[in-house]
Design a binder for this molecule. Structure first.
Ligand code: UD1
Length: 340
């Protein structure tokens, strides 16, 4: 089977390409390196021993995208990662987010329809739930988006639902909780440009000395240790769920042609637990301080994952310790990789 991966050199995309190639799929990748590095392609090849078929395409460039898809009509399914993902940046530059995330998805769906490609796996986010009582299941209400980024995920889900109803399209929308960690080889991982916003890259960059100190954003939340609780899921577990989603579509296991799944561990961990786990696993003392709350953070969220287990036959295999170990191994190896 031939799978098109948009955004296949990004954090989750690259890990998914590895799992697809290892599972024997023929993979074609498009990306514009907006938030990734060309070296990722070589590093994927080092892991899998297989060449990555790649084309540099910006999904906003409708003409190039259409040309590419029409040359690859034999694609069986698309896994659509290509999108911008920084919440803060989306508040400052919403048009970039609507154009890239929503406009890009429209271009992709149009090209798929023109060429009779009927299966798509979409990269969504638990951000669609806003503040809900955990564990959060797929039938929890969608809340008003707190950022343009979050809104683009909601809009894309609606667009996909409408297009699924109106055509032969079959869709699986995967709502990720907090993806962390890196590949065991430490050849691919998260590559934040500039100062990271997310907790785990900030931890590893502080531990290695790129950042002076980590600020814990608030310890006065209504949780056991006062810090926020999230569901941290290993990126390799997450990547494997995409293979299950492709199988689900190609084996026509679905009850409805539009399906949504949460991808999380089902377990919440607090910010302080993450720090303690990092220190335990790596034996590195982390320089951190407690600071004020960050605007827009919710107190706690973690996934209800029964649906993914029952219908996709998928559940996580790795724990927080493995997330921290692999994230740290990746951070340590990162500089040498970028130079080579
Ligand atoms: C955000 C996005 C989510 C996206 C995820 C991964 C929203 C509301 N959130 O999740 O959609 O999937 O990133 O890209 O859209 N923290 C600190 N210090 C730091 C950094 C973070 O204490 O330096 C805390 C935060 O306050 C939060 C927790 O760590 O409580 C996790 O933060 P972060 O990694 O940024 O992820 P989310 O905000 O949960």
């Amino acid at each position: 089977m031939k799978i098109l991966v948009t955004g296949g050199t990004g954090y989750i995309g690259s890990h998914t390409v590895v799992e697809l190639q290892n599972a024997g799929y023929e993979v074609v990748v498009i990306d514009n390196f907006d938030n990734s590095h060309p070296s990722v392609l070589l590093n994927i090849e080092k892991i899998t021993g297989k060449k990555v078929v790649f084309e540099n395409i910006d999904i906003r460039d409708k003409k190039s995208l259409r040309e590419f898809v029409s040359k690859n009509k034999d694609i069986n399914a698309v896994i659509h990662f290509a999108a911008s993902k920084a919440v803060g940046e989306s508040v400052e530059n919403p048009l970039k987010y609507y154009e890239n995330n929503v406009g890009g998805t429209l271009n992709l769906l149009e090209a798929m329809q023109e060429n009779g490609i009927e299966n798509i796996v979409f990269s969504s986010s638990c951000t669609v739930y806003g503040e809900a009582t955990p564990p959060v299941n797929e039938d929890a209400p969608i809340m008003l988006a707190q950022s343009p980024y979050g809104n683009t995920k909601q809009i894309c889900e609606e667009v996909l639902l409408d297009q699924t109803n109106a055509s032969n399209l079959k869709t699986v929308s995967l709502r990720y909780f907090n993806p962390v960690g890196a590949h065991d080889s430490a050849l691919i991982g998260e590559l934040p440009l500039g100062i990271p916003n997310n907790l785990v890259p900030y931890i590893t960059q502080t531990a290695i000395g790129k950042r002076e100190i980590l600020t814990v954003f608030g310890n006065d939340y209504n949780t056991p240790d006062g810090t926020c609780i999230r569901d941290f899921i290993h990126v390799v577990d997450l990547a494997k769920a995409h293979i299950k989603a492709v199988e689900y579509l190609s084996n026509k296991k679905y009850k409805s042609s539009y399906s949504v799944f949460n991808l999380g561990t089902g377990k919440g961990s607090s910010v302080l637990e993450v720090i303690q786990t990092f220190e335990k696993v790596t034996q590195v003392k982390l320089n951190y301080k407690i600071g004020p709350r960050r605007g827009g953070d919710i107190t706690q969220i973690y996934a209800g994952c029964e649906k993914a287990e029952k219908e996709l036959g998928w559940k996580t295999e790795r724990d927080l310790e493995n997330c921290m170990k692999t994230a740290w191994d990746w951070e340590k190896k990162l500089e040498s990789l970028l130079i080579s």
